[in-house]
Design a protein around this ligand. Structure first.
Ligand SMILES: [Zn+2]
Length: 110
């Protein structure tokens, strides 16, 4: 081992450090996929593209989920965050809908 220095990930357990953004984005995406007024492709590729695009545009929301949340955002922040997640999802759906990463549209419900 180099100089006997252990990596941070060997010294600490990071399993309880979670990015809550992913959970919120996927929940919001699920809702919009079910209710979106325009025809959209729901194939695995497009849905993952939408999730990735939305996740890259919202602020990360890390929490420590050990014995409850040690660090949590305030209620006001949560409301503003929920709005930013919704905007990111709608934006991602529109972008992927108009420009899917595949040529054919296998699952367009029209
Ligand atoms: Zn698709």
């Amino acid at each position: 081992m180099m100089g006997g220095i252990m990596a941070l990930t060997d010294r600490y357990n990071f399993e309880n450090l979670r990015n809550e953004a992913e959970k919120l984005v996927l929940k919001e995406l699920e809702f919009h996929l079910d209710t979106y007024p325009e025809p959209i492709c729901r194939c695995n590729e497009c849905v993952l593209d939408m999730a990735a695009m939305a996740l890259n545009s919202v602020k990360p929301l890390y929490r420590v989920s050990l014995l409850g949340s040690l660090y949590t955002a305030s209620a006001m922040d949560e409301k503003a965050y929920a709005i930013s997640v919704r905007k990111a999802i709608v934006n991602a759906i529109e972008k992927i809908r108009k420009n899917p990463s595949h040529d054919i549209e296998p699952d367009l419900d029209q």
